[in-house]
Design a binder for this molecule. Structure first.
Ligand code: UDP
Ligand code: MG
Length: 313
């Protein structure tokens, strides 16, 4: 059984060498033989130089570099596209997905004979309260609208080649990796792990980037928010029948009073509902536009093949 480890990296020049040494030595100790692919997601610092140094030091590491930052989701897809193995492990480069658990994950896959092992966060580590609140409410909304249960889920996953082949068939330019791993089905098991502290650097996901990711993941997974507009339309229609009857009754009974504030309130309310609905529809149209263009999902500017597996070298 060959194992390919896919590591997305973005602006981690200071940490990547040390982190990779830790990952590699842990796997050696645990007697896990594998090859690696490091995906530089268009870092703006000297990450690529560090990655080149790693590929020189370790012969079983290959690397690709994106021409610009395409996001972690695309980095994971590229990793799967560029490497072949029987199994694929996806892990962060910042050691927050501790390599010491990988051995157990592999054993779990073997004993339970499943296609996917999902790493589930036991606790969410040290996170800012705002982040925690946002993450929790996002997962609640997602669970209610799409039945996707992503609470405490992570990108720390072990996949077999069937799952990887299924993922390779996706051509969407906006995809949410955890969402599609859930979507493709197959059998799965979960492995609870303790998130380690980030030792070097800070998370590259700003609050804004996270909100974008949250919206993106809902939109790319489901069209249910569109039903909200129909739903609110129906409620307004019922409401307008009631109010219409009352207005007519007042008119014919001869006491149609000025009622100016009601008109203003209604206008404001209905106006904002219409704008909101248009906004939701607009978001989907934007995504249709993105997909119709059929642009490449990512652009690779450099590719270093691992020396050990490349027969030409
Ligand atoms: N990452 C990436 N592209 C990005 C942002 C992050 O490839 O645009 C990588 C990053 O280098 C790390 C992993 O994704 O290996 C997780 O990122 P981070 O630790 O910043 O996120 P968090 O742990 O806060 O979810
Ligand atoms: Mg992290």
């Amino acid at each position: 059984m060959t194992l390919a480890v896919i590591i997305p990296v973005y602006n981690e020049a200071k940490a990547i060498q040390k982190n990779f040494d830790t990952i590699s030595s842990t796997f050696l100790e645990d007697q896990i033989s594998c090859k690696y692919i490091i995906v530089d997601d268009g870092s703006s610092d000297s990450t690529w130089i560090e990655i080149c140094a790693i590929t020189n030091k370790y012969p079983h590491v290959s690397a690709i570099r994106f021409a610009r930052n395409f996001g972690k989701e695309m980095a994971l897809c590229a990793g799967i596209d560029y490497i072949e193995a029987d199994r694929y492990l996806i892990m962060d480069s910042d050691l927050q997905h501790p390599p010491k658990y990988v051995k157990d994950m592999i054993t779990l896959m073997d004993t339970q004979k499943v296609n996917i092992v999902h790493g589930i966060k036991k606790t969410r580590g040290k996170e800012k309260p705002l982040y925690k609140l946002l993450a929790n409410s996002f997962y609640k909304i997602l669970k209610n609208t799409t039945d996707l249960q992503l609470e405490n889920s992570s990108d720390f996953k072990l996949l077999d080649h069937q799952v990887a082949n299924a993922i390779r068939q996706f051509q969407e330019s906006n995809l949410f990796f955890r969402g599609i791993v859930d979507w493709v089905g197959f059998t799965s098991a979960t492995y609870a792990f303790e998130v380690d502290e980030r030792i070097y650097g800070t998370s590259s996901f700003s609050t804004f980037k996270l909100i974008k990711l949250a919206i993106n993941s809902v939109l790319s997974y489901t069209s249910k928010p569109l039903y909200l507009t129909i739903f609110s339309g129906i409620i307004f229609f019922l409401f307008s029948i009631l109010l219409g009857l009352q207005t007519l009754a007042n008119y014919f009974l001869g006491h149609a009073v000025s009622g100016f504030s009601t008109v203003i309130l209604l206008l404001l309310f209905i106006g904002s509902m219409i704008m909101l609905s248009l906004g939701i529809i607009g978001l989907y149209i934007a995504r249709i536009y993105d997909e119709v263009k059929q642009r490449p999902r990512y652009i690779v500017s450099n590719h270093i093949q691992c020396k050990k597996y490349n027969k030409r070298l």
